[in-house]
Design a binder for this molecule. Sequence first.
Ligand code: NAP
Length: 237
Amino acid sequence: MNIVLMGATGGIGSALLQQLLQIDGCKIIATFARRQPPIEAPNLSWFHFDLAQPDDPQILKEYVDGRLDSIDLWVCATGYLDGPLGGPEKSLRALQSSKLAMDFAVNASGPMLCFAACERGLRKADRPVAVFLSAQVGSIEDNRSGGWYGYRMSKAALNMGVKCAAIEALRWRNDACIVAVHPGTTLTNLSEKYVAKRTSNLQTAEVCADQLVALIESIQPATTGALLRLNGETIPW
Ligand SMILES: NC(=O)c1ccc[n+]([C@@H]2O[C@H](COP(=O)([O-])OP(=O)(O)OC[C@H]3O[C@@H](n4cnc5c(N)ncnc54)[C@H](OP(=O)(O)O)[C@@H]3O)[C@@H](O)[C@H]2O)c1
């Protein structure tokens, strides 16, 4: 099984990587940006790709195409909520173009450009699965409390990109399944400032990765183009 995992240094990404490394005969390309790769393995190669810099996705394409004949599983676990440019905006007064540009680069346009760079391998696989980690707060229908402009807007944009890609991939005729997934509230660097540690539905990254693997194993091509919870339920766009 050939796998590309974007954001394998993150909380959820690194827990998922540990699980995927257990698959017999798998070959994994994993990406990192600011944090150094935490583990090495014979079937694992690391590629540096910073979505906030104008890194050329063509370089990723050449790297992946040169190492994998096809891509059976593609996962994007990158994401940006808070950083030197500021955190989630509570009001219109807080909006800044540089912060919004960062949100869109890391959460929406970057993942889509990386997916596009991997198209050749995905088209060559039989029933490939692609999972973009998104967020329920990117659901327009579900938005009842407002705020978090940049994160919500960029995740909604990602969701639209996923839907477009799923529709286009029907023409690949290989039963590709391309979905956005809300991983649930998970204790990681991204979330720790914002989740109450005693939230009853707070999960560890390891539990999240277990459920994500179960979802990936059970997902059917007919599900393509949906926004899902880890248990496979659909979230409205
Ligand atoms: N945790 C939650 O409760 C929660 C809830 C809903 C949705 N999500 C979504 O789940 C996904 C994973 O989040 P997480 O909780 O695991 O967050 P995390 O621990 O902060 O990991 C974020 C990942 O994104 C990568 N990343 C950040 N900026 C980047 C950049 N400029 N270029 C390339 N990669 C970059 C990081 O790589 P480096 O560290 O190497 O820079 C890291 O691999 C995200 O899409 C997030 O929006 C999480």
